[in-house]
Write a protein that binds this ligand. Structure first.
Ligand SMILES: NC(=O)c1ccc[n+]([C@@H]2O[C@H](COP(=O)([O-])OP(=O)(O)OC[C@H]3O[C@@H](n4cnc5c(N)ncnc54)[C@H](OP(=O)(O)O)[C@@H]3O)[C@@H](O)[C@H]2O)c1
Length: 235
């Protein structure tokens, strides 16, 4: 889709990648950017319209879709990462929380805004996914990886369902990005601006999926290796 003149809604736009998406979309010519945040007073990007949204609250999602009738681009960016092993009893609650934010919330947003973007000519949805949609870091990312794998599957599902109304769906997969979420992770990380630049270029080009960095492309290629990359190195 053409970004110039678009009207975007970004979830989790008060910090990290969401704030970078807001800056990037304005720089690329978006006519308006709604920057959604649980606490809209924490939105600091100049030129955006702050709006309140907790993506786990269905009533808030529905109310926002009734209010923002001009949206043409939905960026499902908000997410949480609760690291830890999957075998501890407490991990079930962590799994539920991550599914509510990373899977159910984005799906509710697509459901609510599909008629809005259709009425505005089709538009697009960007779903922020991960290299961990395809890989699990042992003792660390089991529940998060499960949520991003489910979000990937749903991104593929809604792309096919929204094709009839000319709404494009772009999945963005990236390795570690230099935000609060990856603060404890050592080593090199991607700049949020680099991820946004590639996502917006892919959106303009009408692509359905973008693998932002070499690590993500390497893991994706390893899905068909023998043994495949996702089986891990454990006994
Ligand atoms: N950082 C990475 O290494 C990395 C890599 C690949 C993919 N991703 C994905 O990229 C996206 C952005 O992550 P990030 O790195 O920018 O993380 P971040 O710095 O931790 O920011 C997360 C954002 O999501 C918001 N959020 C969390 N729960 C929410 C909820 N229930 N309702 C509304 N907003 C909520 C946060 O708002 P509050 O300020 O209110 O908490 C914050 O704005 C996520 O989907 C993440 O999974 C991240």
């Amino acid at each position: 889709m053409k970004i110039k003149g678009s009207i975007a809604l970004i979830t989790g736009a008060n910090r990290g990648l969401g704030a970078a998406f807001a800056r990037g979309l304005l720089a690329a010519g978006a006519a308006k950017v709604y920057a959604a945040a649980r606490n809209p007073s924490t939105v600091t990007v100049p030129g955006v319209v702050p709006v309140q949204l907790d993506v786990t609250q269905p009533d808030q999602v529905a109310a926002l879709a009734r209010e923002l009738k001009d949206v043409t681009l939905l960026v499902n960016n908000a997410g949480i990462f609760e690291p830890g092993p999957t075998l501890m009893p407490a991990s079930v609650d962590a799994l539920r929380r991550q599914f509510e934010t990373n899977v159910v919330g984005p799906l509710r947003l697509v459901q609510a805004f599909a008629p809005v973007v259709a009425a505005n000519g089709g538009g697009a949805v960007v779903n922020m996914l991960s290299v961990l949609s395809w890989l699990t870091l042992a003792n660390v990312s089991g529940a998060y990886s499960a949520s991003k794998a489910a979000a990937w599957a749903l991104s593929n599902a809604v792309r096919q369902e929204l094709a009839a109304q000319q709404t494009e769906v772009l999945s963005v997969h990236a390795a570690f990005i230099d935000t609060d979420m990856a603060r404890g992770v050592p080593g090199q990380k991607l700049a949020p601006e680099e991820v946004v630049e590639q996502a917006l270029a892919a959106l303009e080009a009408g692509r359905r999926e973008v693998l932002v960095d070499p690590t993500t492309r390497h893991v994706h290629a390893g899905l068909v290796a023998e043994p495949p990359v996702y089986v891990g190195t454990g006994a």
